[in-house]
Design a protein around this ligand. Sequence first.
Ligand code: G1P
Ligand code: ZN
Length: 542
Amino acid sequence: MPKLIKITPFEDQKPGTSGLRKKTRVFMQPHYLEAFVQAIFHAIGGAAGKTFVIGGDGRFYNDRAVQIILRLAAAQGARGAIVGQGGILSTPAASHLIRLNETDGGIILSASHNPGGEDEDFGIKFNMPNGGPAPEAVTEAMFAATKTMTQYTTMDAPDIDLRAIGSTQLGGMTVQIVDPVADYANLMESLFDFPAMRTRFAAGFTMRFDAMCAVTGPYAREILENRLGAAPGTVTHGTPLPDFGGMHPDPNPTWAHELMTEMMGDAAPDFGAASDGDGDRNMVLGAGAYVSPSDSLAVLAANAHLAPGYAKGIAGVARSMPTSAAADRVAHAMGIACYETPTGWKFFGNLLDAGRVTLCGEESFGTGSDHVREKDGLWAVLLWLNILAVRKQSVAEILLDHWHRYGRNYYSRHDFEAIETDKADAMIATLRARLAALPGTKVDGLMIVAADDFAYTDPVDGSASQKQGVRIIFDDGSRIVYRLSGTGTEGATLRVYLERYQPGPDGLQRDPQEALAPIIHAAHQIAQIHAHTGRSQPNVIT
Ligand code: G1P
Ligand code: ZN
């Protein structure tokens, strides 16, 4: 029997770059999760008669949250729910299930790369029937609904056994518990040359995949070790744990330091990779070689045709504005379209749906294609493996070859985390106020030719997004971008993105921090980072 629960509206349920993220204990407050799920249903015109995919990255509270969502959906007349066994689904696997089963969308529980646990982070987001994150108009409708949400509808029912694969009823709703890995692994097998990759592993090719105790462990084991024959033990930290074993599952050189150390050491495997909490991010490494995410997108765009799923070529490439222009150079050389979008995967959805682009990427270790509507960590790793199997070169050789052909976009992102919010806001406001006066002035001898706040009009549906990052552009094409993170749960995080182009053939193998030193210095000067925030050094550099 449906049961109406009266509540006082929550005022802090504004979705950010990727859904609603808060401390886990915030979500554990009575009615908090329920109120947001009710707002989701409100924003999509109700749950009645609909089918949803439901799952998450297995972090603390994932299992409880799945049960709560199932009860709300059933009480409100949903027709069906497809749930990953144990409540587990990687974000790209959830996107695939939504598309494969043509459902009315999905609810994904994750705070991505943020640490998990009772004292860490939790999150929830809604994906549309195309498998992609809800666009801004929908997330705004959710936020508006939360502000006046005075009741929700649920039901009294015992928990479902999430471990039992098969169908069961919850009220009038059919709950189907599915293997979280199988359909996704089949999709990967349809895109890539598994026989060629198997041959390469059989010939002694070595790899390390660090799943960081997060969701990709079972996916990577099935695909890399079982289907491709990589040596047992190729996948490390392969069991998903509610607190990610205390790891910070963010695949970058800072947080995946164990993998970094191995790949930069004497006995490094041929190829290394890591993924994040919910499996949509990737970091790619070769023996002694680090591939920046912006370069990875460019290399994948230039070589995608080597994989069967992309043999016909790619329609176009899209990258988020702060991502380096390395992919633009490839697109230009190939004569295909290249789009620059605001930060966040939701902005790629329309371009993918319209067939304007095939590959997308962000500097924040996100790469993907039109096979799903999310970025996809293992997909990127497999495309790299496919390219390596065909070209029979090392990662370092492929990178160097790429830079020789296209030049190198030296790139780095400096993050200043946990700044007081009002100080960060004041810094950005001061910067914005000065933008008009900056062009034509010099900083540290560098001439500024343009300064603006990135605005975007979606070429497919015409929707407009303002204030998506402050850009400072110099006369040699070098660039600084400033933005505040939209995914944090504590204070503010300032992200400073730095880029400089080196045409080659010389100077292609410098340390990026050294190659970017003048730009870094100018970035501090222009925004007066220390004066505003008290910080003179970033705490994460990628
Ligand atoms: C960060 C990344 C962004 C990515 C998002 C979700 O958002 O910078 O590229 O899409 O996480 O994974 P931010 O914290 O910068 O708003
Ligand atoms: Zn993620």
